[in-house]
Design a binder for this molecule. Structure first.
Ligand SMILES: C[C@@]1(CC(=O)O)c2cc3[nH]c(cc4nc(cc5[nH]c(cc(n2)[C@H]1CCC(=O)O)[C@@](C)(CC(=O)O)[C@@H]5CCC(=O)O)C(CC(=O)O)=C4CCC(=O)O)c(CCC(=O)O)c3CC(=O)O
Ligand SMILES: NC(=O)C1=CN([C@@H]2O[C@H](COP(=O)(O)OP(=O)(O)OC[C@H]3O[C@@H](n4cnc5c(N)ncnc54)[C@H](O)[C@@H]3O)[C@@H](O)[C@H]2O)C=CC1
Length: 206
């Protein structure tokens, strides 16, 4: 069984304590804030890219001299002191979700790389094997999506879907069958798609 499963998580109204406010915090905290989390950062310094999040994000400007226990839903640990990071994990509250920047194996969740090719959004995760290789994977996938004409096909299909779903004389099963048929090359590469769709709808609804 894998020890990581893919999930989409709702962090709205979840409380997050972030210990450390450096480069990693600057990349991830905006994602948590965007998701509606209530964030407090404890750190003697704050990366310039997250200064703009104040006062929505609370900054306790101080340095931990030893590990403390926090009661927040999530504990986000990203100091450059691995010993302190490990002590914070050891003292974490029961049931608290932990993010440990210094050691992926100790994290309960991860921030995958995201490839945005609207309307498609792909999350990519290499299991921490080699994060710096992710830009290469992104470019391979982006190229493949463009070569397969995915953006144009989805644009066409989005219109087809509305037409099929709103068609009054089709049953639920007929709609499902039609939506599946239109997502194949037989439809998408047909030179007269509009006529073909009309014909299919007509054949089904008589
Ligand atoms: C597990 C994870 C965190 C999580 O849990 O979410 C994690 C962990 C670690 N990264 C480390 C280093 C680097 N990470 C990057 C870059 C990225 N890292 C990202 C994600 C993740 N990194 C998650 C796993 C994702 C997966 O595996 O698929 C991306 C997507 C998001 C982002 O960071 O923005 C972004 C992709 C680039 C892009 O898409 O553009 C670079 C290159 C650079 O900065 O340009 C370096 C320096 C080079 C190197 O060291 O390889 C270290 C070692 C620290 C040390 O030893 O000092 C650890 C800790 C460990 O491995 O335990
Ligand atoms: N998960 C990931 O994607 C990556 C993880 N890392 C690792 O994550 C850790 C953090 O890296 P960066 O953000 O680049 O470091 P950084 O040096 O930019 O930031 C460290 C932050 O921790 C704060 N800090 C240090 N001691 C503290 C204390 N006692 N109490 C409170 N705050 C304290 C500093 O003031 C600073 O704001 C390192 O262990 C690094 O190896 C590095 C790159 C990517």
């Amino acid at each position: 069984m894998p020890d990581r499963i893919p999930l989409m998580v709702n962090v709205r109204e979840r409380s997050v304590t972030c210990v450390g406010g450096g480069k990693v915090a600057a990349k991830r905290i905006p994602i948590l804030v965007e998701g509606g989390a209530i964030v407090t950062i404890i750190s003697p310094t704050l990366h310039e890219n997250i200064l703009s999040l104040l006062p929505e994000v609370v900054w306790e400007k101080r340095k931990l001299t030893q590990a403390e226990t926090f009661t927040s839903d999530i504990l986000f640990i990203s100091t450059d002191d691995s010993l302190l990071n490990d002590e914070l994990i050891a003292k974490a509250a029961k049931g608290q979700w932990i993010y440990a920047a210094h050691d992926a194996k100790k994290s309960d969740f991860h921030f995958p790389a995201v490839l945005e090719e609207p309307p498609v959004s792909l999350s990519i995760y290499t299991g921490g094997a080699y994060p710096a290789y992710l830009p290469k994977i992104k470019s391979i996938l982006s190229k493949a999506l463009h070569e397969a004409n995915v953006h144009n096909e989805l644009k066409i299909l989005a219109e087809v879907r509305q037409m099929v779903l709103n068609h009054p004389s089709l049953s639920k099963e007929q709609r499902t069958e039609l939506l599946r048929a239109c997502a194949t090359d037989a439809f998408l590469q047909h030179p007269e798609k509009d006529q073909l769709l009309m014909r299919w709808i007509h054949e089904k609804s008589v």
